[in-house]
Design a protein around this ligand. Structure first.
Ligand code: GDP
Length: 435
């Protein structure tokens, strides 16, 4: 029996989909604990393509149980669309296999509208790069204690009451501040009634289910979305997501005790990327030949938005921040194959900011923006490694690169990924196996 958390160690898009899919094979339960339908991955299984935004991809395994914790915010229509998409491919999900927390907050139509309106009035360089899906405004209502939750769908009179109270403020904001049309409570209720009926069988107490699973000796995998530097508290604020992406939230976001966590695996690309605005010290310019190499070879375009990702060298400052903030016990190094074909590779070991050395990301956003990375250079490798399946078959220069990455971060890789295919992955140590 083991409980393992998987988190992104950088700014997201580290290739979590593939690593989670691999670890899911050893798990009995797969649980999401934060974020909303702003995360996304595509999996191709037996020639069929599946797209996931909210349901853990573990649902594709008939013997796994998936859960969506209280820390997640849910757009019920998106969830139903995802269930329908699965059903079309022949995967009918029963309530025995998908449990949704009664305390997870609902993304309402006015959250989406407010998201777009708020981002719309910001100057170009101040835009957070929100996906416009209402996630930020939904979390604002959660903390503001005016949110509607999954459980409210089981009690429509209460739902109506809470909606009326919330709309009073939302419609004022929409009409008076953003000059937009107000929402009609009756129309929202009419829209939500059938959604409530459809989702009701899936709604329950995730905390109790996970505790029972743990006591029954089950393996539980907690699947994070986004990445450590996007954590609302510990990331490059305000250019962050609106939830805690670090490991501790696997507990608060599901009601599972930290005492029972065995391993925390950080997914880390062999280089660095970032979508949207905000500090990115090791960024290479769009004109830079290496930057172009990473972008093209790594297909660095957002899965959900299609936006071009900013690319740069591996950053050991970001890595050690992730190790400290999450308590990482292992790394899953992805996209190592993308570095093939470079004469020389570089890693940032620390930053200089206004004459001062920084071994962590500066909390001050102005300093983080000014951070100048100090690089270490290493010989690159020309071999195509996408077909390598055993660590010892990697070229010496590639192994040296991984060793240095381990030295600088202080944590050993447990997974190394060298290509997009399921098979292009080396499992060096199984985090579910007893140590
Ligand atoms: P996620 O949201 O964290 O899963 O990350 P992305 O949406 O960026 O997905 C990662 C993309 O990179 C997918 O298209 C994967 O097929 C691909 N990918 C994952 N691991 C590797 C790898 O080791 N090498 C290469 N070349 N591609 C990979």
């Amino acid at each position: 029996m083991a409980s393992v958390i998987v988190v992104g160690a950088q700014w997201g898009d580290e290739g979590k989909g593939k690593v989670v899919d691999l670890l899911t094979r050893y798990a009995d339960y797969v649980v999401r604990f934060q974020g909303g339908n702003n995360a996304g991955h595509t999996l191709v299984v037996d020639g069929k393509q599946y797209i996931f935004h909210i349901i853990p991809s573990g649902i594709l395994y008939e013997d796994k149980i998936c859960a969506i914790g209280n820390g997640v915010v849910i757009d019920p229509q998106v969830l139903i669309d995802e269930l329908d998409h699965l059903a079309e491919k022949g995967m009918v999900v029963s309530p025995e296999r998908l449990l949704i927390s009664t305390n997870a907050h609902l993304i309402m139509p006015y959250h989406r509208q407010l998201d777009l309106a708020r981002e719309g009035v910001l100057e170009a360089d101040q835009k957070i790069g929100t996906t416009g899906r209402g996630i930020g405004p939904c979390y604002m209502d959660k903390v503001g204690r005016t949110g509607l939750r999954m459980g409210d769908l089981l009690d429509m009179p209460l739902f109506r009451e809470k909606l009326a109270a919330s709309l009073e403020e939302k419609n004022f904001l929409l009409t008076q501040l953003y000059r937009q049309k107000p929402f009609d409570a009756a129309a929202i209720v009419a829209e939500f009634e059938p959604l409530a009926e459809r989702l009701a069988p899936f709604i329950g107490t995730v905390s109790v289910a996970l505790d029972e699973a743990r006591k029954a000796g089950k393996h539980i995998l907690f699947e994070g979305a986004q990445g450590t530097q996007l954590d609302v508290d510990h990331g490059t604020y305000p250019f962050v997501t609106s939830s805690n992406t670090t490991a501790a939230n696997a507990c608060t976001g599901t009601g599972f005790s930290p005492v029972h966590i065995d391993e925390v695996i950080g997914i880390i690309k062999a280089y660095t990327t970032r979508v949207g605005s905000g500090p990115f010290p090791t960024e290479l310019s769009e004109e830079d030949a290496i930057g172009q190499h990473l972008q093209t070879k790594g297909h660095e375009f957002g899965a959900t938005t299609g936006r071009r990702r900013r690319c740069g060298w591996f950053d050991a400052v970001v890595a050690t921040d992730a190790v400290r903030l999450n308590g990482l016990t292992g790394l899953a190094v992805t996209k190592l194959d993308v570095l093939s074909g470079l004469n020389e590779v570089q890693m940032a070991t620390h930053y200089q900011v206004e004459g001062r050395r920084f071994d962590r990301m500066p909390e001050n956003i102005r300093q983080a923006t000014l951070a100048q990375p100090v690089y270490e250079r290493m010989p690159g490798w020309s071999e195509d490694i996408a077909g390598v399946r055993s660590y010892n078959d990697l070229p010496q220069a590639t192994r040296d690169y991984l060793h240095r990455l381990e030295d600088l971060s202080g944590v050993a890789p447990v997974i190394v990924s060298v290509g997009p295919e399921r098979e292009a992955t080396m499992l060096l140590r199984n985090p579910f196996a007893p140590r």
